[in-house]
Design a protein around this ligand. Structure first.
Ligand code: ZN
Length: 154
């Protein structure tokens, strides 16, 4: 990344970790997933309300951990709220490939999410950035109820 992007990355991560968006309880959630990243101590409680048309009507989270895990969760909820499952799955795959370095292609609708690709240089931080996304993946598989997911189990 260029120095300019690097700076923007720091700024966005800090902003989202200090003031996470969609942070809080979601009383009428259809699915709740607790995501755990023991290698860093990050925790995310993700709550999703699926709409009758199967879109992700509402996504909220609570949790604590490093700036990257919380910022990634915040950015994810902003980006995936109101999306269809298909759009969410596509974005999930693209995000994964981007931050593990499997792809250089940033989808045009990624916005600030693209900045998280900076973590690819730090394999331990990839787990932090993926935590919320793994929880979301689990939520979509589960459809209803509660579950847990850990970055230590693939
Ligand atoms: Zn972390």
């Amino acid at each position: 990344m260029s120095a300019e992007l690097e700076e923007l990355y720091q700024e966005v991560i800090l902003d989202h970790s200090r003031r996470p968006r969609n942070f809080g309880e979601l009383p009428n959630a259809t699915v709740r997933v607790h995501g755990d990243n023991p290698s860093c101590g990050d925790e995310i409680h993700l709550a999703v309300r699926f709409e009758p048309d199967d879109s992700l009507g509402e996504i909220k989270f609570t949790g604590h951990g490093c700036a990257i895990s919380q910022a990634s969760a915040s950015l994810m909820t902003m980006k995936l709220k109101k999306k269809s499952r298909e759009e969410a799955s596509t974005m999930l795959r693209a995000f994964h490939d981007l931050i593990v370095g499997q792809s250089e292609t940033v989808p045009p609708d990624f916005g600030d999410l693209r900045l998280l690709q900076g973590v690819r240089k730090f394999p331990q931080r990839v787990k932090c950035a993926m935590l919320a996304w793994r929880a979301l993946e689990q939520a979509m598989q589960l459809d209803a109820g509660e579950s847990t997911v850990s970055t230590e189990v693939d």
